[in-house]
Design a binder for this molecule. Structure first.
Ligand SMILES: *[C@@H]1O[C@H](CO)[C@@H](O)[C@H](O)[C@H]1NC(C)=O
Ligand SMILES: *[C@@H]1O[C@H](CO)[C@@H](O)[C@H](O)[C@H]1NC(C)=O
Ligand SMILES: *[C@@H]1O[C@H](CO)[C@@H](O)[C@H](O)[C@H]1NC(C)=O
Ligand SMILES: *[C@@H]1O[C@H](CO)[C@@H](O)[C@H](O)[C@H]1NC(C)=O
Ligand SMILES: *[C@@H]1O[C@H](CO)[C@@H](O)[C@H](O)[C@H]1NC(C)=O
Ligand SMILES: *[C@@H]1O[C@H](CO)[C@@H](O)[C@H](O)[C@H]1NC(C)=O
Ligand SMILES: *[C@@H]1O[C@H](CO)[C@@H](O)[C@H](O)[C@H]1NC(C)=O
Ligand SMILES: *[C@@H]1O[C@H](CO)[C@@H](O)[C@H](O)[C@H]1NC(C)=O
Length: 485
């Protein structure tokens, strides 16, 4: 690809000249715009919107800007809990608190936030600890944003985990709009999603709730995509599903109206240069009842990423249960477990699973982990390894529900998946979640930028080879996971 006027600029120029959506669509199919990977629009679900059927590029004005600027920038973010040092020189992502404050500083018009629950102050959970200060600063920043006449809309779960939190009342008093989505009544789950859409241009998505502990006491992983209105507007459609369900007396629609449909999905991901690097990306959502036409289901996204792995498949999740967790009686649900075994056995993919282990870990998880580990069979070239991540509690035992790895991501040699769901059935059938599936071509014009999947692999390997990751042999049956060392 030439370094100068690349196809996106050409497209932008054409669009500025006032050519119609049909021509844009035609050009979009041109081979030089898809220089890597394979595009199979015909694989889409029957009647899926796209070029040739309904106009996939309706809001032409917006698209033109995107094609012209081609300005998307993707940054991995994570929290670095206190007293969790990694070896010097270890890779790291941008600190989550910094990324959030930066997004709020950039906000000019609107901030839309979906979060399971809120507890940004120590007072919210009755804890007096200096590590709550970053969360309190974030709350102050949100108040400043409201003071700048930026609109703030919050979708959260009802009932909520943090019953004593005053954050949302304080924000509402200053003009924030807050809707609690009664997921229990609607789907039998909770609103467990965690993402932001800022100015319809920037997004955050990841494991962190709006909780001060997510900034200083819990290990989290997420992603920010800056200056990417195309992706941001697509994620906004998922925010809007929560927004309408949070209205008084709302019911689940049988069919979501056409304007909630997504044109960016597993079959037709966004294809663009992010920072010059050819990138594909799309968002998934769960549960299926909250997936309007064209939205890839979160479980299908996970299975697609797993199914495409050929060399390695690394997973970092908080909890791993091949069962239901909240429905009674519990059901066996081996969908993801089978997919891991299938990759290891059928394609000799190297599988690694890193699961959180903390004071609150349900010990009933261990038989499933041991079963997966037992599947490993070097003589048959089947490689499966399971470790638990145990974060030292140190002198932080005064803080409830902390000192755990809350991250939920997966990485293969091809693709990065960053999500919000634990791996058990409920998260894919009744509880809401979102995921970002992204893949970058390794060598862009700036080779020093490694692809998102390579960055995520490095973070996984850092955790996997750290002293906090312990093989199952080191784990006595029934033992809780409080670090004694
Ligand atoms: C919430 O507030 C009530 C009443 O003030 C108190 O009894 C309870 O312990 C608080 N819960 C938490 C988690 O702080
Ligand atoms: C919180 O703890 C600090 C000392 O660590 C103390 O000075 C302060 O008064 C405490 N605040 C409350 C509200 O208890
Ligand atoms: C605040 O924003 C609203 C809507 O964007 C606008 O109508 C109003 O004039 C703004 N007020 C100030 C003081 O900027
Ligand atoms: C987003 O774009 C604006 C202007 O187009 C630029 O000033 C800003 O630095 C960009 N943000 C990032 C993170 O690249
Ligand atoms: C679709 O249109 C309805 C009615 O105008 C609106 O309430 C809803 O927010 C829209 N949905 C999206 C995703 O924009
Ligand atoms: C084991 O699997 C790997 C990965 O597919 C492959 O490269 C290697 O040749 C296999 N070795 C044997 C002995 O089958
Ligand atoms: C907590 O432990 C860390 C080291 O693990 C130490 O640096 C810090 O001073 C301790 N804080 C208190 C209040 O004891
Ligand atoms: C899943 O994650 C949430 C927080 O993200 C946590 O509260 C819950 O206990 C986890 N475990 C299960 C099995 O649902």
């Amino acid at each position: 690809m030439g370094a100068k006027a690349g196809p996106p600029e050409v497209l932008g120029a054409l669009a500025v000249l006032g050519l119609g959506a049909a021509l844009l669509c035609l050009l979009w199919e041109a081979p030089w715009l898809t220089p890597w990977g394979q595009r199979h629009p015909q694989e889409g679900p029957a009647g899926s919107p796209g070029c040739g059927s309904s106009p996939a590029w309706e809001p032409l004005g917006g698209e033109v800007q995107w094609l012209w600027r081609n300005s998307c920038r993707l940054v991995l973010v994570e929290s670095h809990p206190q007293d969790l040092p990694f070896a010097a020189g270890s890779p790291s992502a941008q600190p989550l608190a910094q990324a959030w404050l930066q997004l709020l500083d950039a906000a000019q018009e609107s901030v839309h936030i979906a979060s399971y629950y809120w507890s940004l102050t120590g007072q919210d959970i009755g804890v007096n600890d200096s590590s709550s200060q970053l969360g309190e600063a974030l709350l102050q920043k949100l108040l400043q944003v409201l003071g700048r006449n930026v609109s703030l809309a919050v979708a959260t779960s009802h009932p909520t985990l943090a019953k004593n939190s005053s954050d949302l009342r304080v924000l509402a008093d200053r003009g924030a709009q807050v809707r609690s989505v009664p997921m229990g009544r609607l789907t039998g789950g909770v609103l467990h999603s965690k993402f932001w859409v800022v100015d319809g241009r920037h997004v955050y998505l990841g494991s962190a709730n709006m909780d001060w502990r997510s900034l200083t006491q819990v290990k989290e992983l997420g992603v920010v995509v800056h200056n990417c209105s195309h992706l941001a507007r697509d994620l906004e459609k998922t925010f809007q599903t929560y927004w309408v369900l949070g209205a008084p007396r709302a019911v689940l629609p049988k069919h979501w109206p056409h304007n909630f449909s997504s044109h960016i999905n597993h079959f037709q991901p966004l294809r663009a240069r992010f920072d010059g690097v050819p990138t594909t990306a799309y968002f998934s959502a769960s549960p299926p009842a909250l997936c309007p036409h064209g939205r890839t289901r979160d479980l299908d996204a996970l299975l697609a990423v797993m199914g495409a792995a050929r060399r390695f498949l690394y997973v970092s999740v908080m909890d791993y249960f091949p069962t239901t967790r909240f429905s009674r009686p519990p059901r066996y649900w081996p969908v993801l477990d089978n997919a891991l075994r299938e990759a290891a056995f059928g394609r000799h993919v190297q599988v690694r699973l890193l699961v959180s282990c903390s004071l609150h870990t349900d010990p009933r998880m261990f038989p499933y982990l041991r079963s997966l580990q037992a599947f490993s069979n070097p003589a048959a070239n089947v490689s499966v390894d399971v470790k638990v991540f145990i974060m030292p509690v140190g002198n932080h035992s005064n803080i409830p529900f902390s000192r755990m790895s809350h991250s939920k991501f997966m990485v293969t040699e091809k693709t990065a998946y960053i999500g919000t769901s634990n791996w058990s059935e409920d998260y894919f059938s009744s509880t809401s979640g979102v995921g970002l599936v992204a893949s970058q071509r390794a060598s862009g014009p700036r080779p020093r930028l490694s692809s998102v999947q390579e960055q995520l692999r490095q973070l996984f390997e850092r955790d996997w080879s750290s002293r906090y990751a312990v093989g199952l042999d080191g784990q006595a049956q029934g033992q809780d996971c409080v670090w004694q060392g």
